[in-house]
Design a protein around this ligand. Structure first.
Ligand SMILES: Cc1cc2nc3c(=O)[nH]c(=O)nc-3n(C[C@H](O)[C@H](O)[C@H](O)COP(=O)(O)OP(=O)(O)OC[C@H]3O[C@@H](n4cnc5c(N)ncnc54)[C@H](O)[C@@H]3O)c2cc1C
Length: 415
């Protein structure tokens, strides 16, 4: 950037905020990141299932636009983070590949899903070509993408027999390992200054700049910025509105969803499985022998048109009930989970455009193609959409910010 660098402030230190900061820092910018919590990456970017989506769960978006978006995010996820942070040990954090199980009552049958997966597979080279990258994925190259699989000991038991499965190349990463390693790298980046315990209350325009109002442990403060990138996820549209950037689109939904981590008595017969298509769940065994469980009817505890308050989403009694309910429901399908020890139950907020829940095939929750960057004139706002998309959106946002500033940026083709 130029000798007299503009002051760039990123709001929110989730994966999205950190990715924008790293992409800007790579271009020579000095970036301040404001975070309301005592530390970074403590909300949705930590408390999620870690799946780096290849698009398989978005079979109801017949336009394929969500599949295309997820592929763009997935095939650049590791390479962008490696570029900004130095090589990261993806195989150590990644699960085995996911299998997909079509549940009774699924919103799409096996034939429809197979047709969709075939279309999705055809998009892989197209998306890679467009982005001018190799179809790399968490340190590997995508090759077979999906196939009809056999029904093994890991398949759920449905109506007394093991259900058929689709095999895929999709994987999840263990956020409990990924997050601390990422933060260690970010802490060594001198151009990124992280200010935690800084709750952004609002902002307004002062001449060509933005005055950001903060609440910190020292009281109220203000900060001037030439450029603001709003990555606050559940608080994002509220903050945009304080500078008159009202969202023109469809209504937003805010769901609180829990993840339950257990230690089964044996890891035999437990593989990563996603149950589709509708309000079902996932079983995600990690390399350390723990297993993440999610059963939508129990784990999704609220669906609102406004963000939940700041306090804990569930009290200790609720967390125990959610963990037991989830384990009980999934152990019906996966006998290997019976008797597992519950280790933790936490939750995060999922923000998406929707007015009804996933049981409705018309729900906006079946797509994420509209996520991404909006703004200009010094105020940018990123709807992350999914963890999968954070580096991809971060790179594009940094490019747009620098283009608007009319500053040179070090273009590197090939994420
Ligand atoms: C249970 C669950 C499972 C999920 N599973 C997956 C999955 O498998 N794969 C996938 O791709 N995605 C998944 N997601 C979605 C994914 O977690 C989110 O899309 C992603 O983490 C959002 O990243 P973010 O940085 O925008 O938000 P966050 O990580 O929430 O970061 C926003 C940050 O902004 C801070 N902030 C907010 N308001 C203010 C303010 N006023 N002032 C200062 N700071 C503020 C917050 O404290 C937070 O640190 C899941 C989400 C949940 C909840």
């Amino acid at each position: 950037l130029s000798a007299k660098s503009p002051r760039i402030v990123v709001l929110g230190a989730g994966l999205q905020g950190l990715c924008v900061a790293m992409a800007l820092a790579e271009r020579g910018a000095e970036v301040t990141v404001l975070e309301r919590r005592p530390g970074p990456m403590r909300e949705a970017s930590y408390r999620n299932e870690g799946k780096i989506h290849l698009g398989f769960v978005y079979a109801l978006d017949r336009t394929l636009e969500t599949g295309r978006a997820m592929l763009s995010g997935a095939i650049t996820f590791a390479s962008l983070l490696d570029r900004w942070c130095g090589p990261l040990p993806w195989p150590r954090w990644a699960t085995d590949p996911f299998r997909y199980c079509v549940m009774p009552g699924s919103l799409a049958d096996a034939r429809q899903l197979a047709a969709y997966y075939t279309q999705l597979a055809a998009l892989v080279p197209e998306v890679a070509d467009e982005l001018q990258v190799e179809p790399g994925y968490l340190g590997r190259t995508l090759t077979w993408f999906w196939r009809s699989g056999a029904s093994g000991a890991e398949a759920p038991v449905i109506a007394g027999s093991r259900a058929p499965l689709f095999e895929t190349e999709e994987m999840a990463i263990d956020t409990r390992q990924f997050v601390p390693a990422l933060l260690e790298r970010v802490a060594c980046m001198p151009s990124i200054s992280l200010r935690c315990g800084s709750h952004v209350v609002g902002a307004d325009r002062v001449g060509h700049r933005y005055r950001i109002e903060l609440e910190t442990t020292r009281g109220r403060e203000t900060m001037l910025a030439d450029v603001v990138v709003n990555c606050t996820w559940a608080d994002r549209t509220r903050l945009d509105a304080t500078v008159g950037r009202n969202d023109p689109g469809l209504a937003w939904s805010y769901r609180v969803k829990h993840r339950v981590i257990v230690r089964p008595r044996t890891s035999a017969g437990i593989a990563p499985i996603t149950m589709v298509q509708g309000p079902y769940g996932d079983v995600i065994p990690f390399r350390d022998g723990t297993v993440l469980l999610s059963w939508y009817p129990v784990c999704r505890t609220s669906f609102e048109a406004a963000p939940p308050g700041d306090g804990p989403a569930a009290g200790p009694g609720d967390a125990a009930r959610i963990a037991d309910g989830t384990l009980g429901a999934l152990a019906e399908y996966f006998p290997a989970l019976r008797g597992a020890e519950v280790l933790s139950c936490d939750s995060g907020v999922i923000v998406a455009r929707a007015t009804c829940d996933v049981h409705d095939p018309a729900s906006g929750l079946h797509g994420r193609s509209e996520s991404g960057i909006r703004g200009g004139d010094g105020w940018w706002s990123i709807d992350t959409g999914k963890l999968t998309l954070a580096p991809y959106h971060g790179e594009r946002a940094a490019r747009q910010v620098c283009e608007e500033l009319g500053l040179a940026w070090r273009a590197r083709r090939g994420a």
